[in-house]
Write a protein that binds this ligand. Sequence first.
Ligand code: NAP
Length: 368
Amino acid sequence: MSGSPISYVLLTGATGFIGAHVLDGLLHRGLKVRIAVRSLHKARALKSARPEHAHMLDVIQVDDYSTATSFTEAVKDVEGIVHVASPLSYDIKDNEEDMILPAINGTKSILQAALRSPLIQRVVITSSFAAVIDIDRKGPPYFTYTSTDWNPLTYDQAADNNSSAVVAYRGSKKFAELAAWEFMEQEKPRFDLVTLCPPMVFGPFVHPVERLEDLSDSISKLWEIVDGGELPVARVPFWVDVRDLAHAHVEALLRSQLRSKRYTIASPDRFSYQKASSIILDSFDWAKNRVLTQTLHQDIDESYGLDGEEAADELGLSYHSFQQSVVDLVAQAVQMESDLRAKSTSSQSWGCRAQSPSKCLPSINGQS
Ligand SMILES: NC(=O)c1ccc[n+]([C@@H]2O[C@H](COP(=O)([O-])OP(=O)(O)OC[C@H]3O[C@@H](n4cnc5c(N)ncnc54)[C@H](OP(=O)(O)O)[C@@H]3O)[C@@H](O)[C@H]2O)c1
């Protein structure tokens, strides 16, 4: 990375769980941020929840991330890009159309725009441990995944509609990230690329959430436990707190001594949903009347590891504990549930006549 320090950044995915934390990290470092969003409604909610930073935050609407010119306007004047957005809903009809192509084309489109913009010094992309893991590889002998590993899925396997949406997601993250590295190889742009490959991400949320049912995929699983649901089964025992991951994005963007690089990121302590359930039961008095207490024992896979140390050393991370991450999310979500109930009751007593109960709830962060 060369040139003057980065002071203005384009961020995608700010309306989501991870991106909103990245947004806050960038703003708290005194950077000006332009967020590219599909929904202006969500952008207004994000902005009005951050009045002290409103003058440092501007919004550009990009309806479709995947055309050759999607980001032409969005990259103007910025010196860095953090590309977080990617499809993460498993409710899809077509693996390729709904998951894989939007991920690849969004990545290519933003890099093409960066190439045409002389100011860009670094691009940071949120990839995933899904792009790294080989789900058929098991210990013993013990091994550790590092940033040199790639999942062995072929494009056709991921795109096959007989493959699950989880497989499609693994393919989307692998082929989108590969497209970025191939772009760097072919185009040899002025800017560096840093990709981050986190596993499951937990912790409190700071993005606009209207209903707890709409929480992002990873944290919704913890909410299911609070809500008395059966324990989900963890696909991997690795995780990272969203605040540490956001910090990693900001450092990956700003540390001038870094060069193009890929990082895996993981907290040193492993997780299972049973561990989450025990933490909730031990930490909150109300939980014993709500959380399922008779649950199957879940083993935590210790037969292989995931390197989070290189990222910790080079990006200056000190990882939150799983206990802290779970407690902070659950306390926040339960408070939000109680606030929504209180507001719903008061709307009804003031004569809300909407047919759907959700229509009586306040809109995001008080915005209409
Ligand atoms: N959460 C995890 O456990 C986890 C783990 C590893 C990696 N990741 C990666 O982290 C990133 C963000 O995940 P998250 O947990 O923050 O997810 P999220 O809460 O679902 O947010 C996803 C964000 O991406 C945007 N987006 C989704 N599909 C899009 C598309 N086709 N075009 C444009 N924008 C799109 C969403 O915009 P709208 O608000 O308009 O829908 C939202 O801003 C993703 O790249 C994901 O693969 C997540």
